[in-house]
Design a protein around this ligand. Structure first.
Ligand SMILES: Cc1cc2nc3c(=O)[nH]c(=O)nc-3n(C[C@H](O)[C@H](O)[C@H](O)COP(=O)(O)OP(=O)(O)OC[C@H]3O[C@@H](n4cnc5c(N)ncnc54)[C@H](O)[C@@H]3O)c2cc1C
Length: 810
């Protein structure tokens, strides 16, 4: 019989691995002490106990780097606070580049480190040889040094979080498996265990290897799949035994292994190409402190490469092999945040570098639960980036791809093919025949660009790739004549009913149209007053509104929409599956469309931002005069079953006018030429509306979701602002690369901002970047770190394409 459980709590955390314990600790750190952790066995009984527990600070994603740095710093503080040892070794990490692309990646990371004040910089071979005399640096092009890299003791860290949490009032019940989680009418939960039940406001699923099973208790599925993972530890190595210091760890990612000192020997692990899944259907309930059968043959190729780099390994005997399971999401990032369809159910599952990230994950989880939102934009980690389309088959294929390419560079614009297609629309085959190179957006296949023939694939790299010229052709075709862009990916919702206006007015910041055919652009405000989204709302018929937003944020936005109760009689539906759309845009778009309809499309009959239900090519469509290209154009929406017919009609009619299909990469280029921001790039909850030029779309004379938070931020001066930059052509030509997003920006050697989106502006002949920058003015010169190297750039006074919006309104 276990300890008698408390009956009530603010939060019940399920799972006593490193993540669950960190979340518990941070909940108490942020002031909630009435919190409980339930662990079915001993603490650390999942992946945690057998981890290699290496810690790194740097990552391609800036926010992940921030989280990892916080975590690395926290371990020492945790030791001091709790008296519990965390087994911290920080002898540093050496990052090696064997290829030009890896060098670009490391230089970019070093530039980011400088911007964010993180400790990561390039060193020479002779400096590296002093730091790690056992490494053969032949063939290495670039070496970076992270002085704080190292490893920790997994059990020590978990125990320290637990001790810290207990000190601040948390209760931990071991040997208490959760057997049921039952949502109550008021949104609270009852958690059942063999030792009794607990009534709680919030549940946190931190059940690691059992995340899927615990989710099922609440009636939902998590896209997770476990794999085996192996590392081994050598016997004592005489050269290491002689040393009076610990050696740095080695990140030789081109060779696909990791290596660090363990005791007086070495620890080597690998994400091998021959991946093995484990417990595909269900993680066994009784599994705990067992290991899986080792099979070093599978990682032999990786070990051989490790031996070439660190020759003393060849002579070393193997002391122990660890083969343990770890559980992955389809993109290997954590599934994080409240489940949008449930009240007060938080997930933190599928975390791979648990020891690099535990502190940051715990802090952000506690912030989200207690303060309603994290201070960093977590969209790339949000559980809402997947939905039911990420089924078992998709998850398994993506996990295999992620595991085997764990150390491959994730290039800008790279699309991975594993598990696809999962969601297609009727025109998919037609687009393939037209040469479409497809991308994946919230599960949907959509054309990125059109090659001359079917079957062409994207090449990948940091520099300009095989799509660079064809995308330019598409842009020029559209700007000279017209183009037809599949925009079915946009999220589309309908709100119907007499009180539809009332609900919309309460949710969105701008004035909601009251005249049929009128539209408005409006931000959605986040809990901290930032930008949770940007939408077009159109009154299509009496008491019937259509809302258009970012497709990839469809599940994310549910949290906001469903937080405002629907008045009686109001119906809200997503139409993303049932309705498809094409943007027909460019100076000849009116002529093309006029060919297909009797409705007059002249400006006086069909002005900018207005909409009509019309018949086009014999199909009933909803036409909205708006275009994200910044050019004259219409968005045409039809029922999904009419999509093929409409596409054929548009393409046929377009031919006569020199128009053809255009992909989303061209659209992205053209919207930047016009200076338009885009969700998850320029618009994110981290940014305030007046930093993004969006404050004018907030009507402060009415009440709306999170208005008080917005009032708060509007009282403050913008911390930075969005600007459009023109990169110096000669330096861009030399590196054969444009900015892509994330590149730091410096002025007089001081970090002042970062690129949010970059492109070549083909129709204005300029390499462009949208960026968030502080302390600058239009006309100023700055340096953008494309490929991690300074590229001169000028801040533009206005967008180079149609700054007065004359073409848009023509
Ligand atoms: C071989 C190997 C090497 C690794 N090396 C590293 C490394 O070098 N660096 C790094 O950062 N990461 C590494 N990892 C990954 C790291 O181990 C994980 O990221 C981390 O342990 C995940 O912790 P967790 O708390 O999410 O899950 P887990 O450790 O799986 O913990 C989940 C806990 O939930 C409990 N639980 C499950 N169901 C219930 C229930 N119904 N009721 C109550 N409790 C329940 C389980 O008993 C378990 O204790 C490695 C992993 C492996 C397998």
């Amino acid at each position: 019989m276990g300890k008698v459980l408390k009956k009530h709590a603010q939060v019940v955390v399920i799972g006593g691995g490193v993540i669950g314990c960190s979340i518990l600790y941070h909940l108490t750190k942020l002031g909630w002490s009435d919190v409980i952790l339930l662990e079915r066995d001993e603490l650390t009984s999942g992946s945690t106990w057998h981890a290699a527990a290496g810690i790194h600070g740097l990552h391609d994603s800036t926010n992940i780097s921030r989280i990892q740095h916080y975590t690395m710093k926290l371990y020492k503080e945790l030791e001091a606070e709790t008296g519990q040892g965390c087994g911290i070794f920080q002898p540093g990490s050496l990052y090696l580049a064997q290829t030009e692309n890896r060098s670009h990646q490391l230089h970019l990371q070093a530039a980011k480190a400088k911007l964010y004040g993180m400790n990561f910089y390039e060193i020479s071979r002779s400096e590296a040889e002093k730091l790690h005399p056992l490494v053969n640096f032949d063939g290495i092009q670039t070496i970076m040094w992270e002085p704080d890299g190292g490893n920790v003791d997994p059990s020590g860290v978990t125990a320290a979080y637990a001790a810290g949490a207990r000190k601040k009032g948390a209760n931990i019940y071991r040997f208490t498996p959760v057997t049921a989680t039952i949502q109550q009418k008021d949104g609270s939960w009852v958690v059942e265990t063999p030792n009794g039940e607990i009534h709680t406001q919030w549940i946190v699923n931190a059940a690691g290897l059992w995340g899927r099973e615990v989710a099922k208790l609440a009636g939902f599925e998590l896209p997770l799949m476990p794999t085996e993972h192996q590392y081994f530890v050598t016997e004592t190595i005489p050269e290491i035994k002689k040393m009076d210091r610990r050696l740095p760890s080695i990140a030789d990612r081109d060779a696909e292994y990791y290596l660090r000192q363990e005791g007086k020997g070495l620890l080597v692990g690998a994400y091998e190409r021959d991946v093995r899944f484990w417990a595909e259907k269900k993680t066994p309930l009784g599994f705990g402190h067992e290991l899986l059968d080792d099979d070093l043959e599978r990682i032999e190729a990786n070990i051989t490469r490790a031996i070439e780099r660190v020759p003393v390994l060849n002579e070393a005997g193997i002391k122990r092999v660890i083969n343990g399971p770890m559980i992955w999401s389809p993109d290997s990032n954590v599934l994080f945040g409240p489940v949008p369809e449930l009240k007060n159910y938080f997930c933190c599952n599928g975390i791979i570098p648990g020891f690099s990230q535990s502190g940051g994950m715990g802090l952000l989880a506690a912030e989200w639960i207690i303060e309603g939102e994290t201070k960093y934009d977590m969209f790339a980690w949000d559980i809402a980036r997947f939905d039911t389309w990420a089924d078992k088959e998709f998850t398994k294929s993506r996990v295999a791809d992620q595991y085997t390419k764990r150390y491959s560079i994730h290039f800008p614009n790279e699309e991975r093919n594993a598990g696809r297609p999962v969601r297609t629309r009727p025109v998919y085959e037609m687009q393939n025949k037209l040469g479409a190179v497809m991308g994946l957006s919230f599960g949907w296949e959509h054309p990125l660009w059109f090659a001359n023939e079917p079957g062409v694939k994207d090449s990948i790299g940091f520099t300009r790739q095989n799509w660079w010229l064809p995308v330019g052709k598409e842009c020029k075709m559209l700007r000279n004549n017209a183009g037809i862009i599949d925009i079915s990916n946009f999220a589309k919702y309908v709100v119907r009913g007499k009180k539809a206006h009332e609900w919309l007015d309460k949710v969105f910041a701008n004035k909601i149209p009251t005249e049929v055919g009128r539209s408005t652009l409006t931000p959605l405000i986040s809990s901290r007053g930032g930008l949770a989204g940007d939408f077009t709302i159109n009154l299509i018929a009496e008491n019937e509104y259509w809302i258009f937003g970012s497709g990839m944020a469809e599940r994310y936005h549910k949290r906001f929409f469903f937080s405002v109760p629907f008045p009686e009689g109001v119906i809200f539906e997503s139409m993303t599956d049932n309705i498809c759309g094409f943007s027909v845009s460019g100076p000849k778009s009116r002529k093309i469309l006029q060919h297909l309809t009797n409705t007059s499309l002249n400006t006086k009959d069909f002005p900018f931002m207005r909409s009509k239900r019309i018949e086009l090519a014999g199909i009933q469509v909803h036409a909205l005069r708006i275009s994200f290209t910044g050019d004259l154009g219409w968005e045409i929406y039809c029922n999904t079953f009419d999509q093929k017919k409409l596409y054929s009609a548009l393409l046929d009619a377009g031919k006569e006018f020199g128009a053809g299909p255009v992909g989303s990469r061209a659209l992205m280029s053209m919207r930047i030429e016009k200076g338009y921001g885009s969700w998850s790039r320029e618009y994110s909850p981290e940014y305030w509306p007046h930093e993004q030029g969006m404050a004018r779309f907030c009507n402060m004379d009415k009440n709306f979701l999170n208005k008080a938070a917005l009032e708060d931020v509007l009282r403050k001066a913008p911390r930075e602002k969005m600007y459009l930059l023109h990169l110096d052509e000669s330096s861009v030509k030399k590196s054969n690369a444009d900015a892509t997003g994330g590149e730091p920006i410096f002025k007089d050697g001081i970090g002042i901002g970062r690129v949010t989106s970059g492109t070549y502006g083909y129709t204005v002949g300029m390499s462009l970047a949208l960026a968030m920058i502080k302390n600058v003015r239009p006309g100023d010169d700055v340096y953008v770190m494309v490929l991690g190297k300074p590229h001169k750039a000028t801040i533009l006074h206005e967008p180079p394409f149609d700054p007065k919006g004359e073409k848009l309104r023509a």
